[in-house]
Design a protein around this ligand. Sequence first.
Ligand code: ADP
Ligand code: 5GP
Length: 206
Amino acid sequence: MKGNLIIISSPSGGGKGTLIKEILERVPSLGYSVSLTTRAPRFGEENGRHYHFVTKEEFQKEIDDGGFLEYAEVHGNLYGTSRAQTERITAEGRDVILEIDVQGAEAVMDKIPNAVSIFILPPSFETLRARLVARATESNDDLDIRLKNSHYEVSRYARFKYVIVNDELSVAASRLSSVIVAERQLLDRQVDSIRSILDSFERSDA
Ligand code: ADP
Ligand code: 5GP
């Protein structure tokens, strides 16, 4: 049985990265789609683990080769999801997490209607701003762009199947892992394993 595509979006600073790190430790059989980006690495970011950092030319070649499941320009940089990588993970029966912006999320939802879409909402604009300022990874100009863009991003929440408010970190992580585990229990996702269980009943002589 193929794994699920799990789309996780939020405005910058909404807590996607933090929550995903938590659930990768808690939930078995989960993979993470490492995106390609033209953005410069932040301090501590590793090529191949957080992103594949590429030039604009390399990114364009991947577009021309049809290598992206989706791609978008976000806050002035290009980001894209590798089609081959997500297919490899789901073919292994593992769910794959796509940590992508709302444009990319909507593109994937249109292409793959049974993808599981989850929007992470910060508890308020003020909390979002405070968390982004405390993260201290952006210049003032980049911070302003991200905060401005957050208004449009939160307005897209209604396209998503689930909304998780990221107030208390451990509570939000539990909500997120519950959604992922619950989605695995859908009847349609278990047809093969249910069939083999029922076969054992049919084979029994009791
Ligand atoms: P994103 O990946 O969506 O841009 P991050 O995961 O980097 O967001 O979170 C932004 C900042 O907010 C980080 O410094 C992170 O440690 C902090 N943060 C995330 N979730 C919470 C939370 N529930 N409570 C307090 N701080 C949080
Ligand atoms: P950051 O620069 O903070 O790592 O990411 C900026 C935004 O780009 C975030 O909303 C992040 O989820 C999004 N992003 C990261 N990878 C991808 C991707 O492959 N596709 C799209 N559409 N957005 C992405």
